[in-house]
Design a protein around this ligand. Structure first.
Ligand SMILES: [Zn+2]
Length: 291
C-alpha cells in the first residue's frame, strides 16, 4: 500500500509528465525541427495505440515485479549501493545515474542482439520522429525489458523511491529527446553537454546505419561520450528518419507494426533495391552539434 506522501509524489510526477507531453505536442506544431512525411494525426493515433498496448504490458508485468523487488532490495540491503552507509539523497542520485548507464547498455543490446532488434525495430520504423514516437515501443520489447529492469534493481540496489524517481525522469527525458521541437541551436548545444536532446536523438533514428549506431544514451549524454559513440555533426535537414527496409507507409501501418517481431525479417539496413544508405564524410568533428 502507498502512504500519503507516496500518493502525492505519484500525482505530482503524473501531472508534470502530462504537462510536458502537452507542451511538447504544442511546440512541435509551432516550431517543428524536421518536416513530417506522414499526416500528423494519423501518425500520432497509430503510435498511441502501440503505446496503449505497451502501457498495458508494463502495468501487468513490470509493476508487480519492479516495485516489490525494490522494496525487497531495500529491506534486505542487497546491491552495490547498499554496501556503504550513504545519505538517502546521495544514494537515490547514484541509483538514478547507474540506472541510466545500465539502460545505455540495454539500448545497445536491443540493436545488437537480433531477436531483441526484432522488437526494438518497431520503434525505429516510424517514418517521423516526434513526442508520440517516444511512446511507440512494442509491448514485446517492454515485456522482455522487465527481466533487465529486475537485474538493474538487484545489482545496483535501487530503493522504491529511487526507482520511481528514475522512472519519472526517464519518461520526461524520452518525451523531450524524441520530440520534433526546434530549440535555438545555442540553447540545445548547452543542454546537450549534459542531456540527450532532440537533434542528438534524431541522428540515432537516421536510416544510415553508422548514424543509428550512435547516440544510444537515454538521459545523460556522458555515456556516449565515454564509449566514443557520440555523433552530433549531422545536419538535421539531411536526416531521413526510419529503417531502410521499411520505408513506405504500407510497411508501418498499425497491424504491420504489431506483427513485425513475429514475421520473417527483411535485411534492416538495405533499401528494397539492395542499396545501403550512406553519407559522404562529414566536415566537422563528431562532437559538434549542427543545426
Ligand atoms: Zn534505438
Amino acid at each position: 500500500m502507498m502512504n500519503k506522501e507516496q500518493k502525492e509524489s505519484r500525482w505530482l510526477s503524473t501531472a508534470v509528465i502530462a504537462g510536458a507531453f502537452v507542451a511538447l505536442w504544442w511546440l512541435e506544431r509551432r516550431r517543428p525541427l524536421r518536416a513530417a512525411s506522414e499526416p500528423k494525426l494519423k501518425h500520432e493515433a497509430r503510435n498511441l495505440v502501440v503505446a496503449g498496448a505497451g502501457a498495458l504490458a508494463l502495468r501487468l508485468i513490470e509493476k508487480p515485479i519492479a516495485g516489490p523487488l525494490a522494496a525487497l532490495v531495500e529491506r534486505r540491503r542487497w546491491g552495490l549501493l547498499k554496501c556503504w552507509p550513504l545519505p538517502n539523497c546521495l544514494e537515490a542520485a547514484l541509483a538514478v545515474v547507474l540506472m541510466d548507464y545500465t539502460l545505455y547498455i540495454w539500448h545497445v543490446l536491443t540493436h545488437r542482439v537480433s531477436w531483441l532488434w526484432r522488437f526494438h525495430v518497431v520503434h525505429h520504423i516510424d517514418l517521423d520522429l516526434d513526442t508520440s514516437t517516444a511512446l511507440r515501443f512494442h509491448f514485446g520489447e517492454l515485456t522482455i525489458s522487465v527481466a533487465w529492469r529486475a537485474g538493474q534493481i538487484l545489482l545496483i540496489g535501487v530503493s522504491p523511491r529511487a526507482l520511481s524517481l528514475w522512472q519519472s525522469l526517464l519518461f520526461l527525458s524520452i518525451l523531450f529527446h524524441h520530440s520534433n521541437v526546434e530549440l535555438p541551436i545555442k540553447v540545445e548545444r548547452i543542454l546537450n553537454r549534459l542531456l540527450v536532446t532532440p537533434r542528438m536523438h534524431g541522428i540515432h533514428h537516421s536510416i544510415i546505419r553508422t548514424e543509428t549506431d550512435s547516440n544510444w544514451s537515454s538521459g545523460l549524454t556522458v555515456w556516449d561520450w565515454l564509449h566514443g559513440t557520440l555523433q552530433l555533426n549531422v545536419p538535421q535537414a539531411e536526416i531521413d528518419i526510419g529503417v531502410p527496409a521499411y520505408r513506405s507507409p504500407e510497411d508501418v501501418t498499425l497491424p504491420q507494426s504489431l506483427a513485425l517481431p513475429f514475421v520473417p525479417q527483411r535485411p534492416s539496413w538495405q533499401l528494397l533495391d539492395g542499396r545501403r544508405p550512406a553519407r559522404a564524410a562529414l566536415p566537422l568533428a563528431p562532437d559538434h552539434l549542427l543545426a
